[in-house]
Write a protein that binds this ligand. Structure first.
Ligand code: SDX
Length: 445
């Protein structure tokens, strides 16, 4: 199943003779309608002409959770769920993970083309020089309990950035959008690292402009008494690739939040806070944390069959499995699994990998999972890497939010500049009471 349409679908008839329409007969009235088809899709607004009475509102489409509804056209990311294909601006995730870096991939996602050397140098300069946060933000962090979840801290501090940069409200000024883009991509790792250090009761480590994007993030997380932090190159590259894999994923829950909230023309910091909140959920970006909790709950390879039995009765979800779009192996999960062994070579093998592999082995054979086309998704193996790198499980969704910021901004900007878009305001099918009169309290049952 492809969730994206790569241009008009090839039909059986030659293009010249084929009518790109649907012929609909409304059997309630016998009337017939011709509905145009483009990109294998109809505009549901074209259904409004289908009425019984002239005074009717007209036909709508009903699609809870938008399982078969395109909310926009987009040129950013293409996914073919059946074939396990993921491309950013036409480039395969496999090639980008092998040959690109996260900053370069973020530029590609945002501006549509791989940057020239000069563009990349300028891009890296601006991102690097927007990593500091206002000193007052530290007071926000000080207000959190030591055991506050870092995603709660991140959501709050990203939203707080909107109060420090009122110029961000000038959303139709491209220079302002570019400056907020530098600030958001540059500051997300700092906010994340400061949240982590707060939870440890350790002093904040300021950005080191001599390090790479991933290297500086590791510096702000793990530097202690050394004068200059030197990231382990294997871990630095592993994190850079993981950031590439998480950079965008077309119209997922958090991107939809970014577009929906952004459609009210609020500033990008407030929209990003909403997207971060959506990502926090255990069914979305919070799944990587839940995978580790699940593997720790299972405890040993011998316990996997019993856990799988609880999944098959509906009592539990096999976290890190299944996907709305991928009905085949998530191409990102394949790459993550390979990175895991490189990190284990440096940090030591995470014993939970054995339980994870047994879960995967059973799931790929068991009819319950096969018939539902449940495969490991991007969240299944990432947590094993993060834990081996020394992150607590609560930081795992934060490590998803950092790179996804570039995808959220790209989706937001594409929505803003799309002449077909306006404030998001879906319809509903009302099934409630018809008009009824007020009942005084003394007469209520
Ligand atoms: C991400 O959308 C994106 O692109 C997201 C993402 C991105 O990059 O932005 O890829 C990142 O969020 C990955 C997904 C991480 N979430 C998890 O791993 C949580 C566990 N997975 C499930 O919650 C679920 O698979 C979803 C939410 C990911 C997808 O849910 P859908 O598409 O709504 O599918 P569904 O719930 O309708 O499931 C269909 C059937 C159901 O069984 P039946 O009612 O038909 O009997 O499959 C079952 C579900 O119960 N099922 C699972 C399952 N996932 C689905 N059963 C056990 N374990 C699971 N993980």
């Amino acid at each position: 199943m492809s969730s994206s349409k790569a241009g008009p679908a090839a039909g059986s008839a030659a293009a010249g003779t084929r009518r790109d329409t649907l012929s609909i007969t409304d059997n309630r009235t016998g009337r017939q309608y011709e509905i145009p088809v483009k990109n294998d899709t109809i505009r549901t607004n074209d259904l409004r002409q289908i009425k019984v009475q002239e005074s009717d509102f007209g036909m709508m489409g009903y699609d809870p959770a938008y399982t078969n509804t395109a909310s926009c056209t987009s040129k950013i990311t293409f996914i073919d769920g059946d074939k396990g294909i993921l491309r950013y601006r036409g480039y395969s995730i496999e090639e980008l993970a092998e040959k690109s870096t996260y900053p370069e991939t973020a530029y590609l996602i945002l501006y549509g083309e791989l940057p020239t050397r000069a563009q990349l140098k300028d891009w890296n300069y601006h991102i690097t020089h927007h990593t500091f946060i206002h000193e007052s933000i530290k007071k926000f962090l000080d207000g959190f309990h030591y055991d506050a979840h870092p995603m709660g801290m991140l959501i709050s501090t990203v939203a707080a950035l909107s109060t420090f940069y009122p110029d961000a409200k000038d959303i139709f000024n491209p220079e302002s959008r570019r400056k907020q883009t530098y600030r958001l991509i540059g500051k997300m790792p700092t906010l994340a690292a400061f949240s982590y250090r707060h939870s440890l009761g350790m002093p904040f480590v300021y950005p080191d402009n001599d390090l790479s994007y991933a290297g500086n993030f590791l510096n702000m997380l793990f530097r202690t008494t050394e004068l200059q932090y030197r990231p382990n190159p294997t871990l630095e590259r592993a994190l850079d690739i993981l950031f590439i894999l998480h950079a965008d994923h077309e119209q997922n829950c958090s991107s939809t939040a970014m577009r929906g909230v952004g459609s009210s023309h609020v500033d990008p910091y407030s929209a990003t806070a909403a997207a971060t909140a959506a990502l926090y959920g255990p069914l979305h970006g919070g799944a990587n944390e839940q995978v580790l909790r699940m593997l720790m709950e299972i405890g040993s390879v011998n316990n996997v069959p019993a856990y799988v039995k609880r999944v098959k009765t509906g009592e539990k979800l096999l976290m890190g499995f299944g996907h709305r779009v991928y009905k085949n192996y998530d191409p990102r999960a394949r790459i993550v699994k390979h990175i895991a062994y490189e990190v284990f070579d440096v940090m030591g093998r995470n014993p939970l990998i054995d339980i994870a592999l047994e879960c995967e082995r059973i799931a790929l054979e068991d009819d319950y999972f096969v018939t539902r086309r449940l495969y490991p998704n991007v969240d299944f193996y990432t947590g094993l890497i993060y834990q081996a790198m020394g992150f607590p499980v609560t930081m795992f969704p934060v490590l998803f939010a950092i790179p996804r910021t570039s995808g959220w901004i790209a989706q937001w900007e594409e929505m803003l500049l799309d002449q077909e878009q306006k404030i998001a305001r879906p319809r509903q099918v009302y099934l409630g009471y018809d008009l009824r009169s007020y009942i005084p309290a003394e007469h209520r049952g």
